[in-house]
Design a protein. Structure first.
Length: 136
């Protein structure tokens, strides 16, 4: 019984990020810094079935690119926010386009934070730790 309680407590404290991004170099860099910081990391590169991956992996934070193959990050964001379990989960949107309208649209659709590429890996990590309440 005691071991079971400890295991459940550990599972609750796990920082788990799903990176939905189609650029392999960005996935690799972000995965490396998050893993090194103690996060569990899952990555997915196709917008068409990103929702399925999000539901299967059950992250407690998501990094979502705006421009993805088969479905935009904005569409995925809307779908995520329509699912009760994903209404409050922190979602950081990434985009190569720094237009004000993109930022406004992301925030209007429910993004927690918005960041423009190129970005500092340390800044992404710091932002995500703050969003899940694990500030260092």
């Amino acid at each position: 019984m005691q071991g079971e309680i400890e295991r459940k407590t550990e599972e609750v404290n796990i920082r788990h990020v799903l990176i939905i991004e189609d650029e392999p170099n960005i996935i690799e860099a972000l995965s490396f810094i998050f893993l090194r910081d103690g996060w569990k990391v899952d990555a997915h590169s196709d917008g068409g079935n990103a929702m399925t991956t999000a539901i299967q992996t059950g992250p407690n934070a998501i990094i979502l690119d705006v421009m993805l193959p088969n479905k935009s990050g904005f569409e995925i964001l809307e779908e995520l926010r329509a699912v009760p379990e994903y209404r409050e989960i922190p979602i950081l949107m990434l985009t190569a386009r720094g237009q004000t309208k993109d930022r406004e649209l992301a925030l209007a659709k429910g993004a927690t934070q918005f960041m423009i590429k190129p970005f500092s890996n340390a800044e992404v990590l710091r932002t995500m730790n703050a969003l899940v309440g694990h500030e260092q």
